[in-house]
Design a protein around this ligand. Sequence first.
Ligand code: ATP
Length: 608
Amino acid sequence: MSNEKASYDKDMPFKVLAETFERIEIISSRTQMTVLLVNLFKKTPPEIIDKVIYLLQGRLWPEWKGLPELGVGEKTLIKAIALATQSTESEVESLYKSLGDLGRAAEKLKLKYEERMKKQSMSILSFIPVKKELTVNQVYDVLSRVALAQGEGSRDIKLKLLAGLLSDASPKEAKYIVRFVEGRLRLGIGDATIMDALAIVYGGGAHTRPIIERAYNLRADLGHVAKILATQGVDALKGIKPQVGIPIRPMLAERLSDPNEMLRKVGGEAFVEYKYDGERAQIHKSGDKIWIYSRRLENITYQYPDVVEYARKYIKAKEAIVEGEIVAYDPDTGELRPFQELMRRKRKHDIHIAIKEIPVKVFLFDLLYADGEDYTVKPLPERRAKLEEIIEQTEVFQIAEYIKTRDPEELEKFFLKAIEDGAEGVMIKAIHRNAIYQAGTRGWLWIKYKRDYKSEMIDTVDLVVVGAFYGRGRRGGKFGALLMAAYNPEKDVFETVCKVGSGFKDEDIDKLPEMLKPYIIDKKHPRVVARMQPDVWVTPALVAEIIGAELTLSPLHTCCLDVIKPGVGISIRFPRFIRWRPDKGPEDATTSQELLEMYKRQLKKLSG
Ligand code: ATP
């Protein structure tokens, strides 16, 4: 822990946070963001660091907890602002219309209201009690009560709570409270930046950053990790283990297309497993209680009552965390069905009908924790052996098909068999002593070999929307193309790769304004690095799968800028939209480093 004592004891004025929000809004670099966060955390008492972090992330708790969101409609919020500022709803509405920002409308009305009050008090010389400052705990507590008010009469309760909170808030505080409630705070601070600042303030320096990151990878709750760090010190984080019920950030694979190279890369011998085309699931079990988390760590338990049943019945350990892929299958033939089929099931309203129409199987590929033992630190063969021991395998709940090999030809044959059986390709996994489960990391211990690599086109990539261009002709008055970026995890920024306008169906184009609306911002996002100027800038959030003819060098794009040649970055020629990837967040996009590797392989192929 840092030696300095926080400026406040146990709680802190909310104003300190509101002022930080205001500064973050006008800065343009990640370094500046870190400095602001360091200053904020230095003032923050350790007892409330978790709440401060959630508020910075624009939420009340991690998404995976499955707790309700605020659930306040615009109408209720307008009413609350009107009540708190003694204005009429139509006054709030018209100001909102002219400013285009309900937060700023609230701020203005609060200012006016305060002026009126001041005048009144001067004219009647009455005594106005000095209002006490709102604190972080108070704001957090009221907002949590707003979220947790459910069922009959909850709309009134939410309204009263919010009107009360806004009455006590200063104009600036009201602006940010309103934006928070609307889900429009969007400060764009990445987890990586928060961890940098935490390491400096509580860890004793940047050298403790990896310890914080490891803890976060094992317990995907930055507020919770920060609280342990701030209250118990960095040593307490060193001993952290997975905990049933708290998701672990998934281990991810690199990609290659030459079996020889793959085997070399993982150290000669490997497990080669089917890469199933479904949804990744991290299944937690504690007695009869089951949780299922998606690749993005959303709690998807309620979507899979059938998988919950399988897990209860077929995981024999009392406590366990296992990972697998949920895949749709045809009940008549037993054959596996593609990812789209599973998505169709997710869209159905009545889950009990859906599970009959589109049944699923689970193929397990890893074990992260079992009965008090942390398996993430053990090599894959040991994890697999224990997984086989604690699972009762059945037709619908089984261990992923795999072989152990050091022979590239055998690998290639197994790959073809996998494709024939409806898988997407294979995963090549290292099995040496150091082949641990690297939570939250995309590394070379796992390599994916997908079917698309065999086709004429290059691999597909997943890119993030960071801007949009207005269309022409048939697309006049709509968006016609998107500016897409790759993620650079070292710098925690998004670097542009291409402008994509092909591949969209008419209905995709029609839906774009609505999809982009919540993310449109009036200037470039601080975590976006771009040379091209789109018509509108967009907060990095939406991920799409893109394919193209080849990778090229371009002076217009910033992905791996100056890495291959000065002044140019990597781009995609003839990019085409394939589909949205709602199962991926912006940091899950293809990385700049991956594109660089792809570019180098392409060069090698051309010269060879
Ligand atoms: P993709 O878009 O190719 O699914 P990704 O970014 O989601 O990739 P990667 O780690 O690159 O994740 O690829 C592995 C993905 O493949 C996992 O996230 C998982 O959903 C899926 N998968 C299917 N079978 C396996 C397996 N046997 N082992 C690991 N992952 C598997």
